[in-house]
Design a protein around this ligand. Structure first.
Ligand SMILES: *[C@@H]1O[C@H](CO)[C@@H](O)[C@H](O)[C@H]1NC(C)=O
Ligand SMILES: *[C@@H]1O[C@H](CO)[C@@H](O)[C@H](O)[C@H]1NC(C)=O
Length: 448
């Protein structure tokens, strides 16, 4: 065979290999999505006419009392505002909720009021495994659960350690899962059919008079930052933003290093704080909660910088004392909840993480030039206050549970446009596709 023939033959083989790879990919897509489309409930019972809460149709929900009693009888909630456990306030908000129905026949959603966070944190006289068994038994014994194969069942868990248990609940893959979302880090997430973002738990808003302190700092940041790649935005923050203050005075920008895992001086060239120093350094001693709140309240801006995942409990803390946030966190869009209802960009500043990494000082200097005047900042604080009950679990008139139910119904029951939990299967599809292509291309020289 001449070389022209060989090239033609080779091209044909590459073309054949590509077609084969595409067919395999299509097959994979079908397998991954078949379950999702089967999971859709036929026939929407509600017409979705409005996104405002006032004129939204009620979402009737049934609460599994056996599960509630199991956790209530065996647990004592020691901190309702624990940053990572929103379960306690979720359940509190549901118990007397006007949408609750005791007649499962009339329910749109079935809530499983489990609090695995409490079990993990040591507030219960039963282990998470024991709760998993009793909760599973309740579901297995429920006709309502079997009727829908779990598709109209809702469970909330905002603590990553709990995901391992809830993932093992019967038919968990079909359920509606309320949780903190972590964008690109979804590898660690349970694989529920439909997910709704809820954020960290947080304290009630402080009354205005407590937060009218004169601002001693422009920027505030306190957070763990070690040598892992996930923390490089925080390291850049501590290293570069210590003295970017728009000419107003001090910042309070410090790192913490629990367990002394790295030597910040050697590793990043960032010193430990001297006794009088409180910016651009690592804390040598732990900050008391009182001092932490005092410094945060006395700051004009909270820096919300992503670490292990794109969320941050600091956001709720800052909002509760009326401090607006500058957000530097890849994937934060997946963390912020109820985006159809809350105009996040009107009261936070969302900074592009790659511009920030390239030029930290200049990027934040520019943000301060644009936003750090009293009028702009006051307007943002007022708007954040106005919307805080939509996202703050601890707000005395919190509507987080209501918003979550509404979004769960709209996105997971009544919408064709289901927010599927796609990151994990999608990433898997890409890996498999690349893997298959490599095998096929590697096979070509041997005459496929
Ligand atoms: C709080 O701030 C407002 C507006 O900046 C000001 O008018 C008011 O006097 C302050 N109140 C106190 C107690 O400092
Ligand atoms: C938010 O900002 C947009 C544009 O900047 C504006 O059109 C909208 O009215 C604002 N929303 C609120 C609630 O202030």
């Amino acid at each position: 065979m001449g070389s022209g023939g060989w090239v033609r033959g080779r091209r044909r083989r590459i073309a054949a290999a590509s077609v084969l790879a595409l067919v395999l990919l299509a097959a994979l897509l079908v397998v991954f999505h078949a379950e999702d489309s089967m999971a859709k409930r036929g026939g929407a019972r509600l017409e979705w006419v409005s996104t405002t809460l006032e004129d939204q149709p009620a979402v009737r929900f049934f609460l599994y009392e056996d599960v509630l009693e199991d956790f209530t009888a065996h647990c004592e909630i020691k901190d309702r505002y624990a940053a990572k456990g929103a379960e306690a306030l979720w359940i509190e908000q549901l118990v007397d909720h006007p949408w609750r129905t005791r007649d499962p026949e009339t329910a749109d959603l079935f809530v499983i009021p489990a609090n695995f966070y409490a079990a993990h944190t040591g507030w219960c006289r039963k282990t998470p495994e024991e709760f998993l068994r009793t909760t599973s038994r309740t579901l297995e014994g429920s006709d309502w659960f079997h009727r829908s194969a779990g598709r109209d069942h809702v469970i909330l868990s905002t603590y990553f350690e709990s995901w391992r248990q809830i993932e093992r609940l019967p038919k968990f893959r079909n359920m509606i899962w309320l949780s903190r979302m972590s964008g690109g880090w979804t590898w660690h997430h349970p694989k529920a059919r439909c997910a709704v973002a809820v954020m960290h738990n947080g304290p009630p808003p402080r009354p205005r008079r407590d937060r009218n302190a004169t601002h001693r700092h422009t920027l505030f940041f306190v957070g763990q930052a070690d040598a892992r790649r996930a923390y490089r935005l925080r390291v850049a923050t501590i290293k570069s933003l210590g003295d970017v203050d728009g000419g107003r005075g001090d910042n309070f920008v410090v790192g913490t290093n629990p367990g002394g895992k790295v030597d910040p001086e050697k590793k990043f060239g960032i010193p430990y704080c001297e006794s009088s120093q409180s910016t651009g350094c690592y804390l040598a001693v732990r900050l008391t909660h009182k001092r932490f709140m005092k410094e945060l309240t006395g700051s004009r801006w909270n820096l919300f910088v992503g670490g292990d995942d794109p969320g941050s409990a600091r956001f709720a803390e800052a909002a509760s004392v009326g401090v607006p946030s500058i957000i530097i966190s890849p994937g934060v869009e997946s963390y912020l909840s109820f985006k159809d209802r809350i105009p996040w960009r009107n009261f936070t500043v969302i900074v592009d993480p790659s511009s920030f990494l390239a030029h930290p000082k200049e990027t934040i200097g520019e943000v301060l030039r644009r936003y750090d005047d009293d009028e702009t900042r006051d307007r943002m604080v007022a708007l954040q206050d106005q919307y805080s009950r939509e996202f703050l679990w601890g707000h005395p008139e919190s509507r987080v549970a209501t918003n979550a139910l509404a979004e769960a119904a709209r996105e997971c029951l009544f919408s064709d446009n289901q927010k599927r939990f796609h990151s994990y299967p999608f990433a898997l599809q890409i890996y498999l596709f690349v893997f298959i292509m490599i095998i096929i291309l590697a096979a070509i020289p041997f005459g496929l």
